[in-house]
Design a protein around this ligand. Structure first.
Ligand code: ZN
Length: 99
C-alpha cells in the first residue's frame, strides 16, 4: 500500500502540496509551472469578469490570473514570477478564442 503525504490547499488556487515547494493542480493533478512573467501596472484596477468568464475561471482555477501575463506590455510592465497550471491555462485560452 502506497501512502502519499500531501494536503489539499483550497482558496482561489486549489492545489495539492506533494512536497515543499511542489504543488499539483487540484483539477488536473499535474505540477504547476513557475515562469518569468509580468504583472499589471499599479494601481491594480478591479476587474470584474462576465458571469460566463467567471464560470470558466472557477472551473480552471490555476490559470494565469488577469493581473499577470507572460508578455511584457504597457499594461503589464513589471517583471514577476507566475505560477500556473498549463492545462487550466489552455482551457481558458481556448474559451477566450471562441468568445
Ligand atoms: Zn489545472
Amino acid at each position: 500500500m502506497l501512502l502519499l503525504a500531501c494536503c489539499i490547499n483550497s482558496g482561489d488556487k486549489p492545489t495539492i502540496s506533494i512536497s515543499p515547494g511542489k504543488e499539483l493542480c487540484a483539477r488536473h493533478r499535474i505540477p504547476l509551472v513557475a515562469v518569468n512573467g509580468f504583472q499589471y501596472r499599479e494601481p491594480w484596477p478591479i476587474i470584474d469578469p462576465t458571469v460566463a468568464f467567471g464560470r470558466v475561471l472557477h472551473k480552471y482555477p490555476n490559470s494565469i490570473n488577469v493581473y499577470h501575463s507572460l508578455h511584457r506590455s504597457d499594461t503589464y510592465p513589471k517583471a514577476t514570477k507566475i505560477t500556473y497550471c498549463p492545462k487550466c491555462q489552455d482551457e481558458v485560452e481556448r474559451w477566450l478564442a471562441r468568445h
